[in-house]
Design a protein around this ligand. Structure first.
Ligand code: F6R
Length: 249
């Protein structure tokens, strides 16, 4: 648990560096969007500018993508990730090495299988960064999603659309109803996972994820079954935890 968000970013970047260094071939980083990883990407950019680290020899796979946004919408996760990571002026990640689910495909089932095949061809994900939904979702796997699910099209819950409306000028009607997401089984195959949750609106989900039963009611609770997970929290997000007396969870 951290009181300074910069320490969360530093801890995440430390794990990312170690995981990418340990990878045998070209490493693969699983990237999330939303607010939680922003400071991590900022720090990766700073480090790249300082010549300390680069994603030039790294492949990145996105967790998810909205379906039905205009091609040039800045909220498209491909656009967000490009803006955050791609190019020598950011982290050195090459655009061809950024892989995002083709959520707008006419045949989403085939597109989802193609995305799974892409991950497999990259040798799997070395480290997957995750945020946490207020309802316990990871990726866009909403409560009730079977743990066995792989990449698939989902209908977003109204609560998720409401939470994400802040990226759409507060207008929930503009938030797509559908998205394509890596499934829970896909996410669980990452060799290492780093989840970031900040703010008291995440406190209930954090408690259910860490201390509750493993249940599809809280999709993130399946992370309890993964051997290599780091959960990085600020004090507000950790505020419901019984184990709160520990300095790091
Ligand atoms: C984003 C994603 C979502 C977010 C979650 C938390 O790619 O898959 O699971 O990580 O909704 O969002 P923020 O970080 O904006 O609170």
């Amino acid at each position: 648990m951290f009181s300074d968000p910069r320490d969360i970013a530093a801890a995440a970047v430390g794990r990312i560096g170690a995981a990418l260094d340990a990878a045998d071939a070209m490493p693969t980083l699983g990237v999330a969007t939303g607010s939680s990883p922003r400071t991590v990407y900022e720090l990766l950019r700073t480090k790249h500018q300082d010549g300390e680290a680069a994603l030039t020899q790294v492949a990145a796979v996105a967790l998810d993508e909205y379906r039905g946004l205009p091609a040039d919408a800045p909220q498209r996760y491909r656009a967000v990730l490009r803006e955050a990571l791609v190019g020598p002026e950011h982290t050195g990640l090459r655009d061809v090495d950024l892989h995002v689910p083709d959520a707008d495909a006419v045949d989403p089932v085939t597109a989802a299988s193609r995305f799974e095949a892409t991950i497999a061809s990259l040798g799997g994900v070395d480290l997957q960064l995750l945020g946490l939904g207020e309802n316990g979702h990871i990726g866009f796997n909403e409560p009730g999603t079977p743990f066995t699910e792989r990449t698939h099209l989902v209908r977003l819950e109204d609560s998720t659309r409401h939470a994400n409306s802040r990226f759409f000028d507060g207008d929930i009607e503009r938030v797509p109803e559908y998205a394509m997401t890596q499934g829970l089984a896909t996410i669980l195959e990452a060799r290492e996972i780093v989840l970031i949750a900040v703010g008291e609106e995440k406190a209930t989900a954090v408690q259910a994820m860490v201390e509750g039963p493993v249940t599809t009611d809280c999709p993130a609770s399946i992370l309890q079954d993964h051997p290599q997970v780091t959960v990085l929290l600020d004090e507000d997000a950790a505020s419901n935890l019984e184990m709160r007396s520990a300095s790091s969870v």
